[in-house]
Design a protein around this ligand. Structure first.
Ligand code: UTP
Length: 330
């Protein structure tokens, strides 16, 4: 089935928390569990009947465009430049010329989700994905009534009144009211923490009587910093990786080795993702992501992210240790 829904995916951010990787690559092109973060999102669209997307690009937008145009010929993608990072609300408002009054599915470009989106789209109601969290102060939160209708939304509250976090996936049956609310917060200069927030625009809609419901997000995998990227890698490999055999190497599943990567004489895994063109030789690697064309040789690595074209080379140590000595390499 083809739907008239358009996906809006903001990917303009600088990804400062993922430096040094984001010095040379936009965050959404970093690999996790076998493919770029953005690919996890785009690959799910056809099954939802969505064939159009608007990407809000900014930092290293050209690289995002090159990747998407090269890999997603069947998806009609438009790009809008966000010249200044004025916030998520501002980013989404830039999609208006393409989305108009169509239904829109907004997905943050640096987060991977598991939720019943098919059910959400079929439900025909404005609805936002939520998940209960332990520390709601770090997130936008929603308060809902007994029927799951949103009564109030607050971005990063100091004193949270709910533990339902806004995860970063939103469905609106019509674009127009949302774009009007986004225009209003910009006209009135309503900012939270200096930025035009999508949450503030949605709160405006709710305050004006709009009915917005919530839907549960089962899997919510953040990729915003190295630790969460590695955690997402672990969780997704546990769920999705097939057993792997590499002649001449020992594999502890789950691992994912892209076609075109070379692995020789290694002990790999668990939880290793190796991108195309990478070379791993004489090494022990676990809980790590090795990006495209990187080289890892003669070394033991764990909890590591090796960037594209990077070289990590160790060596064997030489000792001449007397009887009853103790030597520790830490
Ligand atoms: P984040 O604030 O988490 O991402 O925005 P960031 O700015 O890239 O990362 P840091 O904080 O510098 O490490 C969540 C998503 O919204 C997009 C980002 O690209 C990211 O995908 N975004 C955010 C925009 O496109 N424009 C904005 O003005 C703000």
């Amino acid at each position: 089935m083809t739907r008239d829904t358009i996906a809006i995916i903001p990917v303009a951010g600088v990804g400062t928390r993922l430096r040094p990787h984001t010095h040379t690559l936009p965050k959404v092109l970093l690999h996790v569990a076998g493919k770029p973060i953005l690919a996890h999102i785009l690959d799910d669209l056809p099954a939802l009947g969505i064939s159009r997307a608007v990407l809000i690009v900014g930092y290293m937008g050209e690289l995002v465009r090159e990747y998407v145009d090269g890999h997603y010929r069947n998806l009609h993608v438009d790009y809008v430049e966000q010249p200044e990072r004025l916030g998520l609300g501002h980013a989404v408002s830039l999609a208006e010329p393409f989305a108009g009054d169509r239904s829109v599915l907004i997905i943050l470009g640096d987060t991977i989700f598991e939720a019943d989106l098919e059910g959400v789209l079929a439900g025909g109601q404005d609805s936002i994905g939520v998940k209960a969290v332990a520390d709601p102060r770090r997130f936008g939160i929603v308060e809902a009534d007994g029927q799951g209708r949103v009564t109030r939304m607050v971005e990063k509250p100091e004193e949270p009144t709910s533990n339902l976090a806004i995860t970063g996936i939103y469905y609106f049956t019509r674009g127009r009211p949302l774009f009007e609310a986004l225009a209003e917060i910009q006209r009135k200069d309503i900012r939270t923490r200096g930025e035009f927030q999508l949450t503030d625009a949605m709160q405006l809609l709710v305050a004006n009587g709009a009915v917005i419901t919530t839907f549960p997000v089962q899997g919510w995998y953040d990729c915003g910093k190295t630790e969460t990227l590695l955690e997402t890698n672990r969780v997704l490999l546990d769920k999705r990786a097939q057993p792997v055999q590499i002649p001449g190497s020992v594999v502890h599943d789950p691992v994912l080795v892209a076609a075109g990567a070379t692995v020789e004489n290694c002990i790999l895994g668990p939880h290793v993702s190796v991108a195309a063109g990478a070379l791993l030789r004489n090494s022990v690697v676990r809980d790590s992501i090795v990006n495209e064309r990187a080289t890892v040789e003669d070394i033991m690595l764990e909890s590591s992210v090796v960037g594209e074209n990077a070289v990590v080379r160790g060596g064997f140590r030489r000792v001449n240790v007397g009887d009853s000595s103790e030597v520790f390499f830490t």
